[in-house]
Design a binder for this molecule. Structure first.
Ligand code: UD1
Ligand code: UDP
Length: 358
C-alpha cells in the first residue's frame, strides 16, 4: 500500500512523529511538506528532534492569505497526487495544508484519512474551523482523539468511517515529557526556576491580527504577577513589531521573549511551569498531560474535556480572569482523556485496512 501524507505546520510535524516511522514498517509513505511553515525553528528542528523522516517532496507554499495559500497548495498538490497515485492520502489537524491535501486527494478519487477528525470550536470565524469541517466531510476515514468528536461526526452524518484511535500528540508527549522534565538547561537559558514562572504562547489570528485584540494580549502579559517565558510565533512577532509594541515587552522585567523553541526545550519549560497560558490547541493537551494547569486565551476550545476536568480555564484576553485563573487550586484528579499513547499504531492499522473507507 502507498500512503501520501501531507504536512506543513509545526503541530503536524509533531503528529507525524507518532505515525510516519511506524507506517513505513508496513507501507510505502510519500511525505509531502507544503512549506507552510518554513523557518528552521518552525520546521527543520522538529524533523531532527523527533526523528520524522525527511520529506520526499518539499514545496514552498508559505505566506499569503488563507484563500490564496490554500489555492496555491491545491494547484501544487493535485499533480503530485496524480504522479504518485497513492492508495490513501493522510492529513492531520485543521490547517490550510490539511484542507488542501484532503481536497486534492478527494478530487482525484483517492480515499482521505483525517487524523484529529471531529474537533469543533463552533466558531466559523476561525480559518481552522472551516478547514476542519470541510476536511471531515470529504474524508473516508475519520480518526478521532476521543469519543466526543466521534459522536459529533455521527450526528453530522459524515459519509466516512469514524474511529476513535486516541490522540497522536499524546504518544509523543508521553515519550518526551519524562526526559524533558529532567533537562534543566532550557530553564537556565530562560533565567527561570521550576514552578516559579508561566510559559506563554499566542499565535491565533483572532488574537494577534486585530490591533485592539493584540493590545489586550500585551496588557495581559504586562499584568502577569510572575516571570513569563514567551517563545514568539512568527505571526505574533510580526504583528507586535508592526504595532511598535515589541520593545515594551522586551523592556518588561518579568517577560523573557525567545524565538520559537524546539520541541525538547519547549517541553522542558512546559513540564516545570507553574501554569501554561496559550491559545494553541496542541499545547492545551500537552499541559494537561504534564499536570500543568492551563489558562486558555480564547473563549472557545476544541479540547473541552480538559476544561471539564478542571485543568483548563477559558479567559479569552481578560487579564483579570487570567490572574484569577492562576490562583485556582490544582484538581486532585487527572483522568486519561485522549488515549494511552498508542494512537499512532491504531492510525496505521486503520490505514492499512482494505476497502475504500479502510
Ligand atoms: C497556522 C495554522 C494554525 C496553526 C498554526 C500552528 C492555518 C489557517 N493556520 O497558523 O491553525 O495553529 O499554523 O503554528 O493554516 N511565518 C514565518 N515563518 C514560518 C512560518 C510562518 O515567518 O516558518 C509567517 C508567515 O510568513 C505568515 C505568518 O507567519 O505571514 C503566519 O503563518 P501561517 O502559516 O499562514 O499561519 P499560522 O499563524 O502559522
Ligand atoms: N511548540 C514548540 N515550540 C514552541 C511552541 C510550540 O515545540 O515554541 C510545540 C508544542 O509543544 C506543540 C506544537 O508546537 O506540540 C503546537 O503547535 P502550535 O501551537 O503552533 O499549533 P496549534 O496546536 O495551535 O495548531
Amino acid at each position: 500500500m502507498k500512503v501520501l501524507t501531507v504536512v506543513g505546520n509545526r503541530p503536524q510535524f509533531v503528529k507525524a512523529a507518532a505515525v510516519s516511522r511506524m507506517l513505513r514498517e508496513r507501507a510505502d509513505e510519500v511525505l509531502v511538506h507544503t512549506g507552510q511553515h518554513y523557518d528552521d525553528e518552525m520546521s527543520a528542528v522538529f524533523f531532527a528532534e523527533l526523528g520524522v523522516p525527511p520529506p520526499a517532496v518539499e514545496l514552498d507554499l508559505g505566506r499569503g492569505s488563507n484563500t490564496e495559500q490554500t489555492a496555491r497548495m491545491l494547484s501544487a498538490l493535485a499533480p503530485l497526487v496524480d504522479e504518485h497515485a497513492p492508495d490513501r492520502v493522510l492529513v492531520y489537524g485543521d490547517t490550510n495544508s490539511t484542507l488542501a491535501g484532503g481536497l486534492a486527494a478527494a478530487q482525484a478519487g483517492i480515499p482521505v484519512a483525517h487524523v484529529e477528525a471531529g474537533m469543533r470550536s463552533f466558531d466559523r470565524r476561525m480559518p481552522e474551523e472551516l478547514n476542519r469541517v470541510l476536511t471531515d466531510h470529504l474524508s473516508d476515514l475519520l480518526l478521532c482523539s476521543s469519543q466526543v468528536p466521534a459522536d459529533r461526526l455521527r450526528l453530522e452524518q459524515v459519509t466516512g468511517r469514524v474511529e476513535v484511535v486516541g490522540d497522536v500528540m499524546v504518544d509523543v508527549a508521553l515519550l518526551v515529557q519524562p526526559r524533558a522534565r529532567a533537562d534543566a538547561a532550557p530553564l537556565r537559558d530562560a533565567g527561570v526556576r521550576p514552578g516559579e514562572y508561566v510559559l506563554v504562547t499566542a499565535h491565533r489570528a483572532g488574537n494577534v491580527d486585530d490591533p485592539g485584540r493584540l493590545r489586550r494580549l500585551v496588557d495581559l502579559l504586562l499584568a502577569l504577577p510572575l516571570p513569563a517565558v514567551l517563545p514568539l510565533h512568527p505571526r505574533t512577532g510580526a504583528r507586535l513589531d508592526a504595532a511598535g509594541w515589541l520593545d515594551e515587552l522586551h523592556g518588561a522585567p518579568h517577560i523573557r521573549l525567545t524565538p520559537p523553541l524546539g520541541y525538547l526545550a519547549f517541553t522542558a519549560l512546559l513540564t516545570r511551569a507553574r501554569a501554561m497560558l496559550t491559545d494553541s490547541g496542541g499545547v492545551q493537551k500537552e499541559a494537561y498531560l504534564a499536570g500543568v494547569p492551563c489558562v486558555t486565551l480564547r473563549d472557545t476550545t476544541e479540547w473541552t474535556e480538559t476544561v471539564d476536568a478542571g485543568w483548563n480555564v477559558l479567559v479569552d484576553l481578560d487579564a483579570a480572569a487570567a490572574l484569577a485563573a492562576l490562583e485556582r487550586p490544582v484538581p486532585a484528579e487527572r483522568p486519561e482523556l485522549y488515549g494511552d499513547g498508542q494512537a499512532g499504531g491504531r492510525v496505521v492499522e486503520a490505514l492499512l485496512r482494505p476497502g475504500r473507507s479502510a
